[in-house]
Design a protein around this ligand. Structure first.
Ligand SMILES: [Mg+2]
Length: 180
């Protein structure tokens, strides 16, 4: 596969954040910190409707001894949500640039072998994470709405890319808990 493609392929593709078993992520993959996307990963785009399930999941992650840092390219709602979840947050960043990922690792005090990225977008979350050889976890977006820029630039290309990857067996949607 051409290099450009490889850097856009996540290590795993899951239905949502709840599929991630963070106890096993730590035990089997030695992951100690998660760089977590905001829009369409933990809240539907443009809202701050934080489901109780997200709060419970974050609580579980913390109890498992895994750190979390929110990193968003936008700024809306993030401080509210960061405070509610009691986790650090970085906003107005430019994923897939490496800088925000490095900043988050510095905050969590983890290195690239101990850090996972979780997000719904290949061209920001996955690309950026792969550039630093982090463990990359793609999740299905929570809603179909996106910022105008995202819709035009990313989603069409992303849909196209995903269809190629699926067709060539380079990616598959893993159902249920992961890792198992
Ligand atoms: Mg997102």
């Amino acid at each position: 596969m051409p290099h450009l493609f490889r850097i856009l392929v996540p290590d795993v593709y899951l239905e949502n954040i709840y599929s991630i078993d963070t106890a096993k992520l730590k035990e089997k993959k030695n992951i100690k910190g998660i760089i977590l996307d905001l829009d369409n990963t933990i809240v539907p785009w443009g809202t701050n409707n934080l489901d109780d399930r997200v709060l419970q999941w974050i609580e579980q992650v913390k109890q498992n001894g895994v750190k979390v840092c929110l990193v968003s390219n936008t700024h809306k709602n993030i401080s509210d949500i960061g405070h509610k979840l009691a986790i650090p947050f970085l906003y107005s960043r430019y994923k897939p640039r490496r800088k925000p990922f490095r900043e988050a690792m510095k905050i969590m005090n983890t290195n690239n072998k101990e850090t996972a990225v979780v997000g719904d977008q290949i061209f920001t979350d996955i690309w950026g994470g792969n550039r630093l050889q982090l463990l990359t976890i793609l999740v299905c977006p929570l809603s179909r709405s996106d910022s105008l820029g995202t819709t035009i630039i990313s989603r069409v290309l992303e849909g196209f890319l995903l269809s190629i990857l699926f067709r060539n067996g380079k990616i598959e949607l893993t159902k249920g808990k992961w890792p198992n």
